[in-house]
Design a protein around this ligand. Sequence first.
Ligand code: 3PG
Length: 217
Amino acid sequence: MGGVTRAASSPDAPSVLGLAPVIPVVVLHDADDAVPLARALVAGGLPAMEVTLRTPAALDAIRAVAEEVPEAVVGAGTLLSPEHVEDALVAGARFLVSPGWSPRLLGAMKDSGVPFLPGVSTASEVVTLLEEGVTEMKFFPAEAAGGTPYLHSLASPLPQARFCPTGGIVLESAPSYLALPNVGCVGGTWMLPADALAAKGWGRVRQLAQGAAALAA
Ligand code: 3PG
């Protein structure tokens, strides 16, 4: 990625799946919420967070967390193009996530120098990404695409592939995903209910993060 000046250094961990067992998926409408939200997640035991590029506030939110909450590992999600990848890196994203992938997007992710999770939902996509040397993937939309039975079915023929399932996962269902041999972490929004975000209820977010972090204990 020529010309990219990164606001943060590459992450210590070479793998997204090794960052944390639960990765909150954050949709922020007000970038001013990013720092208190990140602090609440870290205090609750969830150091990694994916800020989705679905709102105009997203890049400012990533920048703020990267600069002001060094104990958090902030990544960028909902990446759909090489331009998104470059914007995310400039803002300080330390890992990259996409709901699906294309050859252009995958190329940009590979060139980024930070860990990344391209989204897949079929065995053929997994085989194609393995051919590309990619072994870590987001499984999305996890529940709608077949959930734990589907992922379990992939483990035997495709043991090299490891997943972060995301989409429709809640506190009650997360343990069954984390118990699978080919799952390294799960993503979700259940610890960030809309009413808590609207009320800036950071204490509640911290409590919900504690509940999510306890899944891995
Ligand atoms: C997403 O990208 O929206 C994530 O998959 C979060 O999904 P969830 O809200 O169902 O947890």
